[in-house]
Design a protein. Structure first.
Length: 692
């Protein structure tokens, strides 16, 4: 074949091949263009990114600023880029997208490098830029497909057209999932290191950046070895891109990570869970569960960590003593309030908190308060003008029941003391006197006083109410006694000082609570003086003596199923309960024994550094009169006797003569009818000599 013909044929082949390649290229371009156009028409509207409000974590703090808990649907705390240290930004950019500030959403060079590394079986390199990851997280899903990758790339390019690099990086660092339930760098910083993102060190920043590739596997709380390998990889990338030196990387790798699990072994949940779970329940009551789980609230509580630690130790000690001494109690609870503000300073709802034991006996359990309830009976009497010197017969009495039987209240010692004053009766916790007093002043009145003083539980109008037959909570009793400690003013208990929304706007402010005038300061003072006698030489002696002015009351229920001590100083109110969850009886467990000892142990330690001081004496409302059984007595002005300290028993006293003027309690009037179930069992409270 002639040489020229061979050349011509070869040229035609190359020409045809070129045309074919050109046509294939056109077809490919057309196909890709068509696909891009098709996918482009269905892209989400990226303008929504500006209004994107992810579910944010609610954070709960103690009064000193220590974080107690995070509540979330997705554990996330949004922080501005200005609060994220440069070292954290550099760690993520070096590891995930070192060309972040130079590309326009898609790093085509990175795609080629990743493909080459994959073909040559080198270490895997991610091809998605930070912008692409943000697009996927906000608008797409994690499905692995060509269509999703095309949409991701198109969205990334579109995002880069309308948002600055810093805006993109801020959203990325706040949205990215970083394992162990943490979304965003600040939530992850708290989850792993117990600190905000602005306090992270270089090795901690490298740990977070290393988690991104496989959060469930690389979390340092899941596999510390893999997490440290990823940390080394991130540090090497930072060296490669000039963010740090090799020496800095080596020093960082040798530095302690200071993980939360290293400092607080086993603590992955709430700090002080009894208090914290109560605070969360109150938040949900006020704002709803959705706002708490997704609203990013900032909750500043009243919890005093020092007092909480003391309370937990006191309860643990008390339960241990109860078991060691054969009393047979396995649970206890304590609530401590500041009476002037209602702040709950400490709350312990049981001897142990665990996955199997989360019941909070401080506010969820309703138990019979026994004789600790008598303060409402006596407060109603004193506030209506009946003097503490009023004489009552501690003698047998019976009341008809609704079923035709008779109820005869009695004391644990089955003895009678005859004519005694109200002060003596409260000091020695005499049951018959309390019932006679309740019958005289009226059950509805006692219930009204109890509720206004702070008891929230429903109360039944039966004469045994005077002995504590209706159930209440430990928080109820602390709240009720706080009214006396606060000179007759009641402030509702609260676990909050302040709550802010995600934008920092205050939506609840309990720092300056409203107080309700419930009883006069004079009544509160007289009641306090009577309760001081309970500690000084009554059923609270000697176990409740704490070396400073304090008043309190014991409570012991039938068959020793509940034992209480509730008391206060001018600065602090504390209620203590001891018993068993199954209502099984204890062995000779009086309120003046273990509960009083727990109370005294807590008060002594909690008030260390607080100077002792007397309860304020309201001289404009109270008169001090000499010549009484105890040497002197306090009277509300206008009720003091003309001579002596009061009258004597006069069973013929007409009904229209005020008991305050006569200084007596009349014989029982026809009682309120009650069903046997609500009258049994009455409280049993021994005389002081029988207290262990």
């Amino acid at each position: 074949m002639p040489k020229n013909r061979r050349r011509s044929r070869g040229a035609r082949i190359w020409r045809d091949l070129g045309i074919a390649v050109f046509l294939l290229a056109l077809f490919a371009i057309g196909t890709v263009a068509g696909m891009v156009a098709a996918y482009g028409r269905n892209l989400p509207d990226i303008s929504r990114m500006a209004d994107y409000q992810p579910a944010s974590t609610t954070r709960i703090f103690a009064r000193d600023g220590t974080q107690l808990a995070s509540v979330y649907k997705e554990n996330r705390v949004w922080v501005p880029l200005s609060r994220i240290p440069q070292v954290v930004r550099e760690a993520f950019i070096a590891n995930e997208d070192h060309n972040f500030y130079s590309h326009h959403g898609v790093d085509f060079g990175g795609i080629v490098r990743a493909a080459f590394a994959d073909l040559t079986h080198q270490q895997f390199q991610g091809a998605s830029t930070i912008t692409q990851q943000l697009a996927r997280r906000l608008f797409l899903n994690d499905q692995v497909s060509l269509s999703r990758k095309i949409q991701e790339a198109l969205l990334a390019i579109e995002i880069e057209r309308f948002y600055t690099k810093d805006e993109i990086l801020e959203r990325y660092l706040n949205i990215i999932y970083l394992g162990s339930g943490a979304y965003g760098v600040d939530a992850a910083a708290h989850t792993y290191f117990g600190r905000g993102v602005d306090k992270l060190t270089l090795p901690q920043a490298a740990i977070l950046a290393g988690v991104v590739a496989a959060p469930s596997a690389y979390s340092p709380l899941v596999n510390l070895g893999l997490a440290r390998d990823r940390e080394r990889h991130v540090l090497d990338r930072m060296v490669e891109h000039g963010d740090i030196t090799s020496d800095q990387a080596g020093a960082a790798y040798d530095e302690s990570l200071d993980l939360v699990s290293e400092r607080l072994p086993g603590l992955q949940g709430y700090r002080y869970p009894y208090f914290t779970t109560y605070a969360i329940a109150q938040l949900e009551h006020l704002f709803g569960a959705t706002a708490v789980e997704e609203g990013g609230l900032q909750v500043y509580t009243t919890l005093d960590q020092r007092m909480q630690d003391i309370a937990q130790k006191a309860i643990a000690w008390g339960v241990h003593q109860a078991i060691a001494e054969g009393i047979g109690a396995h649970q206890a609870a304590l609530v401590a309030l500041r009476p002037s503000t209602g702040e709950i300073l400490a709350m312990v709802g049981g001897a142990h908190f665990s996955l199997d034991n989360q019941f909070n006996r401080a506010w969820q359990a309703r138990r019979q308060p026994g004789s600790s309830f008598k303060i409402y009976d006596y407060t109603a009497a004193i506030d209506s003008g009946l003097p503490a010197s009023t004489i009552v017969d501690d003698t047998p009495v019976s009341y008809p029941m609704g079923d035709g039987t008779q109820w005869s209240p009695e004391d644990d010692d089955h003895s009678y003391m005859g004519a005694i004053t109200l002060r003596e009766a409260l000091t020695m916790s005499r049951n018959i006197v309390a019932v006679k007093l309740a019958d005289r002043i009226g059950l509805d009145r006692i219930i009204d006083y109890a509720h206004r003083m702070g008891v929230t539980s429903p109360l039944e109008a039966n004469l045994s109410l005077a002995l504590g037959s209706s159930v209440v909570t430990v928080l109820d009793q602390a709240s009720g006694y706080s009214t006396l400690a606060n000179q007759g003013l009641h402030v509702d208990p609260t676990p909050f000082r302040m709550v802010k929304d995600s934008l920092g706007t205050v939506i609840l402010d309990d720092r300056f609570p409203a107080a309700t005038d419930v009883v006069s300061a004079g009544t509160a003072y007289i009641m306090t003086s009577m309760l001081e006698d309970v500690i000084a030489h009554g059923t609270g002696y000697p176990n409740a003596v704490i070396g400073r002015p304090a008043g309190g009351k014991t409570g012991t229920t039938t068959d020793f199923r509940d034992a209480w001590f509730v008391g206060y100083t001018p600065d602090l109110v504390v209620a203590v309960w001891l018993g068993n969850d199954d209502y099984s009886r204890m062995n000779e467990s009086y309120g003046g024994n273990i509960p009083a000892r727990i109370w005294a142990k807590f008060m002594t330690a909690a008030l260390t550094g607080t100077p002792p001081h007397e309860f304020p004496f309201p001289s404009e409302e109270v008169a001090k009169v000499a010549g009484c059984r105890r040497g002197y007595e306090y009277f509300l002005k206008g009720t003091e006797p003309q001579s002596g300290c009061g009258g004597s028993i006069d069973e013929t006293q007409p009904d229209d003569v005020a008991p305050a003027a006569a200084g007596i309690i009349e014989p029982p009037q026809p009682p309120v009818q009650a069903t046997p179930a609500t009258l049994v069992p009455p409280t049993a409270e021994p005389p002081p000599s029988d207290e262990p």
